[in-house]
Design a protein around this ligand. Structure first.
Ligand code: ATP
Ligand code: MG
Length: 314
């Protein structure tokens, strides 16, 4: 039988569904699902039995939760907010009730550092090149980290020369994908073997972009790499959307750049939410905390929460 947890996860992934309608069709007392959704009521076995056939009509299938959705946060331009987005989108999904693994796939090790993980014995690259399991460090009840550091860079050539080099991350993640709802990969600022591995492993990618002219140079090379990966090894890779980061909304140049990208890349979805430039982000990273822990009411925390919601809509 469908569990209460899966019901809530399914409903969170389908924000367009009308809870009152589902309550009616299931014969549940009104507001039952609303209360379960907000956490003030736990659905019991009887509730689950009544809801199951209705949700199946709305597209629920057990396979939906059998494997994690793997998301790459990718842009070979440096300093555009990949790491910040990995951490804060990850935490926003955890707050929404999902179990999330962050994969630090950059030898700068910024995701690991921002999560307070400085010492690592085994790291992601070791699991790709040796017979060791992917290291998974718990950060929180439902948030986990696979760490990296500078040693990853020393082993790049070994990965390039290995058999099945581009598929190694995919193969390792497939082994553990039943344990998580989402796996988010923080990519390095380069179109190298690591980024290709991440794209080959992913169901979706999100492209953080600063609305500035310099950030746009090279975006075409990124799309070309994505199309190549699709053609050669991962036909189901989806560009989930471009995410504007570090936006100063009242700046004319930012408005113009956002309009330009919307026009120029019509075929690519763009998230409506804009992540503003906010020094509180840097402060949260110095404190080694995600923005929801550091400053849950800050506008930028609300923007990352909005991103997690929009993620299920666009
Ligand atoms: N919304 C924001 N407002 C202000 N500063 C931000 C914001 N997002 C990120 N930053 C800061 O900008 C810098 C770069 O961000 P981040 O590390 O997330 O980018 P990145 O794309 O991962 O960089 P790299 O390409 O080097 O991996 C960091 O110092 C971070 O604290
Ligand atoms: Mg980074």
């Amino acid at each position: 039988m469908i569990s209460a947890e899966k019901i809530i996860k399914f409903l969170r992934q389908k924000p367009a569904l009308n809870l009152s309608q589902i309550e009616k069709e299931s014969g549940l007392p009104s507001r039952t699902l609303h209360k379960a959704f907000s956490g003030s009521l736990k659905l019991n076995e009887k509730h689950c039995q009544l809801i199951e056939p209705v949700l199946r009509n709305y597209g629920y299938a057990d396979e939906l939760f059998s494997k994690a959705k793997i998301i790459s946060i990718v842009n070979h331009k440096g300093g555009v907010g990949k790491t910040t987005t990995t951490i804060n989108l990850g935490k926003a999904l955890v707050i929404s009730g999902f179990r999330v693994l962050l994969v630090d796939f950059d030898s700068q090790g910024n995701t690991s550092q921002c999560c307070g993980v400085h010492q690592v014995d085994v790291q992601v690259i070791d699991a790709l090149l040796e017979k060791v399991d992917l290291p998974i460090i718990p950060l929180d009840e439902n948030l986990f980290l696979a760490p990296s550091n500078i040693k990853m860079a020393y082993r790049e050539l070994e990965l390039i020369n290995s058999i099945g080099n581009e598929k190694r991350l995919k193969n390792r993640l497939q082994k553990i994908s039943e344990e998580f709802d989402f796996i988010i990969i923080d990519c390095p600022p380069a179109l190298n073997i690591f980024t290709t591995n991440a794209l080959v492993a992913s169901d979706l990618c999100i492209i953080p972009l600063q609305p500035e002219a310099s950030a746009l140079y090279g975006v075409d090379s990124l799309f070309n790499r994505i199309y190549e990966v699709r053609e050669e090894s991962n036909p189901s890779l989806i560009v989930k959307g471009i995410l504007f980061t570090m936006v100063t909304e009242n700046t004319l140049v930012h408005k113009q750049m956002i309009d330009y990208v919307k026009k120029e890349y019509k075929h690519i979805p763009i998230f409506n939410v804009l992540i503003e430039r906010a020094t509180i982000i840097q402060q949260s990273q110095v404190a080694q905390k995600d923005i929801f822990t550091y400053s849950p009411k800050s506008p930028v925390a609300l923007q990352y929460a909005e991103l997690a919601k929009e993620f299920f809509i666009i």
